[in-house]
Design a protein around this ligand. Structure first.
Ligand code: ATP
Ligand code: MG
Ligand code: MG
Length: 366
């Protein structure tokens, strides 16, 4: 049986492992946290991601993939050349660093928000003017779920945010007046075959993804544009494996790429229950170099994230279970404010029913 190594053992690894199993694929995760979600459904190598013996075990797999982009360079160096690592180090180097990522996206022909890399305090004066007078200062590395970023409306606020973020390398981005946010997964096999996931519409709350909906409510031609951009990135960057693009759709319909995740993405979780191939299955297949088709859901579907709240209030599980077409996906994590603990997928026979039930579902998830 083929064996797939996964760097990281969080919920994405849990769901990759669950998708791999019925394909006849065993998984091995490298993850130091003894309580990590994937421990329950994969072989768990409980060691730091630089541990030589654990990396030797991964090198004995048929291929290695990852569930987070901040894999130490030394770990990759120890794996590459011994086992296919997909996506590889060159893509990770871009997608873990916002300024480099935006430069590489532009080089591939994709539009991005106006931005100024801020490496030192000397880059601050005049930077806000150059991105349009209002923006977000984001740390170049390690940010997620809106952490490591601040809205800024004046030069004084930029300086205060730079201090508050710890004076680490950042990018200052212009505030994009988007009409909606959408995302799209793309996979490319080692043979160069490209396939796409569904175009999904996303809403955020306090910087954290709240809902994803398929199909996205977008002007005609949007999906073709998103696919064209995704193909450019996949081919231009020499992707092997799967990555997900987050887009802003601006008035007039153009798409700007917000950021790229070199992996399955929270907005793609609805593919687990939409009746088609899931993004997790797609990643497993792409990484192993198996034939691949597009993985759009066959039915309208949506997802609501379950995020830890300050008062620790739980979702109304009985109400959720009583709502037709819902399915729970929990990550076996202790509750903490702002922490993603699980998600609920919803599938419905038509778009109107989906929207009505999604409203009900949202009322049941604090
Ligand atoms: P993720 O969890 O998706 O990795 P992140 O911490 O990397 O999140 P971003 O995706 O950069 O953060 O931003 C989070 C959200 O903040 C975006 O989805 C969008 O709603 C808003 N946002 C980010 N950048 C901009 C921008 N330049 N203009 C307007 N809104 C923005
Ligand atoms: Mg991000
Ligand atoms: Mg994002």
């Amino acid at each position: 049986l083929p064996t797939l190594g996964i760097l990281g053992g969080g919920q994405l690894a849990q769901m990759l492992a669950l998708a791999a199993l019925p394909l006849g694929v065993r998984t091995v995760v490298l993850e130091p946290d003894p309580q990590a979600p994937a421990r329950l459904c994969a072989e768990h190598l409980r060691a730091p991601s630089t541990d030589p013996a654990a990396l030797d075990r991964l090198a004995a797999c048929d291929a290695v993939t990852l569930e987070f982009e901040n894999v130490p360079v030394e770990a990759l160096a120890r794996l590459e050349g011994r086992v296919p690592v997909r996506p590889g180090g060159a893509i990770l180097a871009r997608s873990r660093h916002r300024a480099r990522e935006k430069e590489a996206l532009s080089a591939a022909g994709a539009g991005v928000a106006p931005f100024v890399p801020v490496e030192t305090g000397a880059d601050l004066p005049g930077a806000l003017e150059r991105v349009g007078g209002r923006g977000l200062l984001k740390t170049s590395e390690l940010g997620y779920d809106g952490k490591g970023q601040a809205r800024v409306n004046s030069e004084a606020e930029v300086c205060a945010a730079w201090d508050a973020l710890g004076r680490v390398p950042c990018v200052l981005e212009g505030l994009v007046p988007f009409e909606r946010e959408v995302s799209l997964g793309v996979a490319r096999t080692p043979a160069g075959e490209v396939a796409f996931g569904p175009l999904v519409e996303n809403t955020h709350r306090q910087g954290i993804l709240r809902t994803s909906v398929f199909p996205a409510r977008v002007p005609p031609g949007t999906e073709a544009r998103a696919r064209d951009l995704a193909r450019r990135v996949a081919e231009g960057w020499g992707l092997e494996g799967l990555l997900t693009l987050e887009f802003f759709q601006v008035p007039g319909g153009d798409l700007l790429v917000n950021e790229v995740a070199p992996r399955v993405h929270n907005s793609g979780h609805l593919t687990q229950d939409g009746g088609g191939v899931s993004q997790f299955e797609a990643q497993v297949r792409a990484v192993l170099g198996w034939p691949l088709t597009d993985w759009a859901p066959l039915h309208p579907c949506a997802m609501v994230n379950v995020v830890g709240t300050p008062d620790g209030r739980e979702p109304d599980w009985a109400g959720i279970d009583a709502l037709s077409g819902t399915r729970r996906h929990l990550y076996h994590k202790a509750s903490r404010v702002g922490r993603k603990l699980g998600h609920v997928n919803l599938v419905a026979p038509d778009v109107e029913t989906l929207r009505a039930r999604l409203e009900e579902l949202e009322r049941l998830v604090p």
